[in-house]
Design a protein around this ligand. Structure first.
Ligand SMILES: *Cc1c(COP(=O)(O)O)cnc(C)c1O
Length: 399
């Protein structure tokens, strides 16, 4: 599988993003090949037998492995600095598999409360059905982490920056507490992208992505990835994926391989635009809190800058006039689209309280800071001046 794989030793990140993991076929194509095939053929019955008894390592079925997926998995592994990677059909398939492949009845998970809505559903609705105990803590409160992790625990799940309020979790501190409790730490690194934050270097054991977000970054494909050490990925996660089947489409993997080539260019522009828009919004009349980890006014700005190389691509801000003002503002936007996706080249905005986090009780929303006036803006690649103009006119219309 790897004889056509170039020696990537010493290559820097941008080079790995363009060339890492490339496997060239006998046709010596320039671009990565798209192997849109579900199965593979054997030269003989003996070869088929050897393949199934693992005496021969080769492709047998695309639910197990596929050359286009192998290229994407190798490229992601190289940029993350992980030993191994498996891709999945969506980010939620990645989160679910990373959790469930290592849990059993009687197990225990500790997680930060501020999580992507569907991750909370898995923790609160699905895992308890199978006898897994789940304890949620306030991600920024180290005392709560210490109390929860004073008991043996199997898995810790955190997201930093968190969705939608952009809280920053102190990853090295949590990793130390988690490891002392015997737990593996999974970091959902979607908001930071693989470029701005390296959770494995900060003490995490496993990193998960929704590749739907910045990795595709152009609103086309769903996908996900799980990265970690070889023992976990190969022996624990891979059998679970093989037999439960959340395999990524080779076509989507190919789109993501091509998208990775431009990831640094896009993420840098996203971050520059986001900082400019955050500065424009901060302190503006008609607005309450403006939350962006790259702003000095963010409550954990110093921690954010220790863990990340830039503030990210998402801003949360609050219309002082509550839900009515927020809806008037959304409906007045002419350029920025109302959409619950993020990490797209198009700027997208949503109202978490009535969309992504609608399922939560009013008390939980209030506790998480998901107020009726809160909006989450994923800043795209447009000209920042056009974004400012659109926000300005919508603010005028909402007040
Ligand atoms: C989008 C997202 C997910 C889920 O990914 P899908 O590709 O939509 O399944 C998980 N975590 C975070 C932080 C996300 O933003």
């Amino acid at each position: 599988m790897s004889e056509n794989n170039p020696d990537t030793d010493g290559w820097r990140e941008a080079t790995l993003l363009v060339r890492g993991g490339t496997i060239r076929s006998e046709h010596r194509e320039t671009s990565e090949g798209l192997y849109l095939t579900s199965g593979y053929v054997y030269g003989s019955a003996e070869e088929a037998e050897a393949s199934f008894s693992n005496k021969l390592e080769r492709y047998v079925y695309s639910r197990y492995a596929n050359p286009t997926l192998t290229m994407l998995e190798d490229r992601l592994r190289l940029i993350e600095g992980a030993e191994a990677c498996r891709t999945t059909a969506s980010g939620m398939a990645a989160v679910y598999a990373a959790l469930v492949c290592q849990l059993k009845a009687g197990g225990r998970v500790v997680a930060a409360r501020a999580l992507f809505g569907s991750c909370l559903y898995i923790l609160q609705e699905i895992l308890p059905r199978f006898g897994v105990e789940v304890e949620l803590v306030d991600g920024i409160d180290l005392d709560q982490w210490a109390a929860a992790l004073s008991r043996p625990t199997d898995v810790v799940l955190v997201e930093s920056p968190s969705n939608p309020t952009l809280e920053i979790v102190d990853l090295p501190a949590i990793a130390e507490l988690a490891h002392a409790a015997g737990a593996r730490v999974i970091v959902d690194n979607v908001f930071a992208t693989p470029l701005l934050q390296k959770p494995l270097k900060l003490g995490a054991d496993i990193v998960v992505y929704s590749a739907t977000k910045h990795i595709d970054g152009q609103g086309r494909c769903l996908g996900g990835a799980v990265l970690g050490d070889t023992a976990f990925i190969k022996d624990v996660l891979t059998p679970f994926l093989r037999h439960t089947g959340p395999a990524l489409s080779p076509f989507n993997a190919w789109v993501m391989l091509k998208a990775l080539e431009t990831l640094p260019l896009r993420v840098e522009k996203h971050c520059r635009n986001a900082l400019e828009v955050a500065r424009f919004l901060d302190g503006r009349k008609g607005l309450g809190r403006v939350l962006y980890p790259g702003l000095e006014s963010h409550p954990q700005h110093a921690l954010a800058m220790r863990q990340m190389t830039a503030g990210g691509t998402v801003i949360a801000f609050e219309l002082a006039g509550g839900k009515d003002a927020a809806f008037r503002f959304l409906n007045a936007l002419k350029l920025i689209d109302i959409s619950n996706n993020l990490g797209d080249s198009k700027s997208l905005i949503c109202h978490p309280a009535t969309t992504t986090h609608q399922r939560l009780s009013d008390a939980d929303k209030a506790h998480l800071g998901i107020t009726p006036g809160l909006l989450r803006l994923s800043v795209g690649l447009e000209d920042a001046a056009d974004l400012r103009d659109d926000l300005e006119q919508a603010l005028a219309a909402a007040s």
